[in-house]
Design a protein around this ligand. Sequence first.
Ligand code: CP
Length: 320
Amino acid sequence: HRDLTGIGHLARHEILYLLDEAEQWVELNRQSNKRANLLSGLTIINAFFENSTRTLLSFEIAGKRLGADVVNMQAATSSVKKGETLIDTAMTLNAMRADAIVIRHASSGAVRLIAEKVDCPVLNAGDGQHEHPTQALLDALTIRHALGLPKGSDLNGLRVTICGDILHSRVARSNILSLSALGCEVSLCAPPALMPTDIEAMGVKVFHDFDAALKGAQVVMMLRLQMERMSGQFIPSPREYRHLYGLSLDRLAKAETGALVMHPGPMNRGIEIDSQVADHVERSLITRQVESGVAIRMACLEVLTRRARALPGWPPLGQT
Ligand code: CP
């Protein structure tokens, strides 16, 4: 079986395939009857070792809309609290004969470790500072829709600026990989302490001055300061941070005319993004990102469980 542990393991045509598969679920989710029973009889376990609102709920809704039995294991109320190891927890879930396991974990690489131990497909719902592949897929789908681009389209030539806590951001990492694969020009902006030193190797432009980073940007993706992952980095105070790196309406005017604004959530309103920007009816895609998230997770669950349903799996590698 195939897993979805990171965008780094996907070919460009596989990213496009998942985006295209999600289109039918966007349509279904807009209807009053949102049921498709493709995964009837399958069991999906969402094992979340870290907090989540959007990812956990949208994976749960996605599985249920496809007709699967979905159960959630939240570490805070599980035997993880009694000291059970990650591998023992994984083997326990495996013995329950899940057909797919969705995992969020605070440690980079934890999802890959579990994927190597269990018999069913594993989907990464965010692992430490490593990757959050379904977030990058839903972001690409949201951009495609906002630009009115049809199924099959990539994002060739689009200028995207990602600003915030790049160092700790699995969302930034997955988006750099996905947006670059789809043809975007990606610029990053962060205070020096929150920018990984080797990031230029990923083919991105690096800025520390937000106004300079916004010049020409058609999409501006803002990231949260991840205080829970900070370990001694020097960062500005919230007030200084807003002054230097916060997205206000005035600052948004420095980007390309009509530039679109994204944020994966949860937001720190008044720090990295002002409410006037976050709630801007024409420019903010933030609630549309959440809507795309359900459709993308439906596509990922449906495609990854094809083997379990005795169907051919992924599109053959090498297909363009
Ligand atoms: N964007 C995102 O992953 O949000 P949650 O942490 O609420 O799942």
